[in-house]
Design a protein around this ligand. Sequence first.
Ligand code: NAD
Ligand code: LMR
Length: 340
Amino acid sequence: SRAIKPVTSVAAQNGLKKFSTTSQKNFKVVVAGAAGGIGQPLALLLKQNKLVTKLALYDIAPVTPGVAVDLSHMDTPAKVTGHQGPDQLADAIKGADVVVIPAGVPRKPGMTRDDLFNTNASIVRDLAACVAKNSPKAIVAIITNPVNSMVPIASEVMKKAGVYDANRILGVTTLDVVRAAAFIGEINGVDPQTVSIPVIGGHSGVTIIPLLSQSKPAVKLSDQAKIDALTQRIQEAGTEVVKAKAGGGSATLSMAYAGARLTGSVLRGLNGESNVVECAYIKSDLTEATYFANPVVLGKNGVEKNLGFGQLNDYEKKLLKAAIPELQKNIKTGEDFAKK
Ligand code: NAD
Ligand code: LMR
């Protein structure tokens, strides 16, 4: 018979203790709205994330337990649980490290993101209240539109519950960054993954401000008209998808990709990795808008450092000027709703 070698871990071989600083923490991630167009592919991607050991899928849709069973057959470590309807929400949320929220209705052609406010505001309010009660330390990443107003709603709910921590509530603007990198990659003829481009402000129309002057590598566009056209394409990219889907909803797959990236970065920060940087829409005192998106460092407690947005050129200063009143209006709409 063959000799069996004793199994020795790398840590043991190196004489390290079992739980050295390199030990990996286990994280529970909740997707609220998990049966939807974004929720399902987002859950599919998160099931493949090695930092996720528990993946709780919550939705009001009857298919939710089935989505969980389906994903549970994947041979990755994360244990998947399904939770359907408000009675099962608390169970889903308990013990969560990160709660990602894509719950709510999407746009149809002709609608603005603000047209979704009336339906989605109460959904986000109720989910935030449950997080406040059952997992007040969880990092909450809000995908639901209009993001500019939903983050203030969740923040006010947390304040009311006495558990508010501005560093733990993020509006997800990663899709704007992903799109900007995709378009610049195409223009420059390079792999979009090698493009670094901050997109600041918020997540709707004029509040989306791509800082093309800060793109690395520099965008290969010669004249201002082309810069303007690219800026507008990034600002209206969501509408481009809504029109193309012709009544079948808005971006879901690219959003799931972007949401999985942001969640992965939040988890890497929680896990102690340094220099994890993403753009996110957070409580902010950088401008007259009290919430604002720009690059931030993610750490063990959520947002560790606001990196600001550096130097803007004159064109970008004009974009910022146009964005501020719109952001302020969106923020007030959210805060007024939550205070009602
Ligand atoms: P969808 O209709 O396909 O899915 C939404 C899901 O939410 C459904 O499964 C629905 O049952 C569920 N839901 C509804 N009420 C709920 C509640 N109270 N609790 C839990 N789940 C609930 O929509 P979608 O395409 O997945 O889009 C979801 C949201 O994400 C929309 O508001 C959309 O505008 C937004 N979105 C944001 C971005 C972004 O960049 N931040 C990008 C794309 C879409
Ligand atoms: C997007 O940017 O794709 C989302 O905000 C969805 C939408 O309504 O455009």
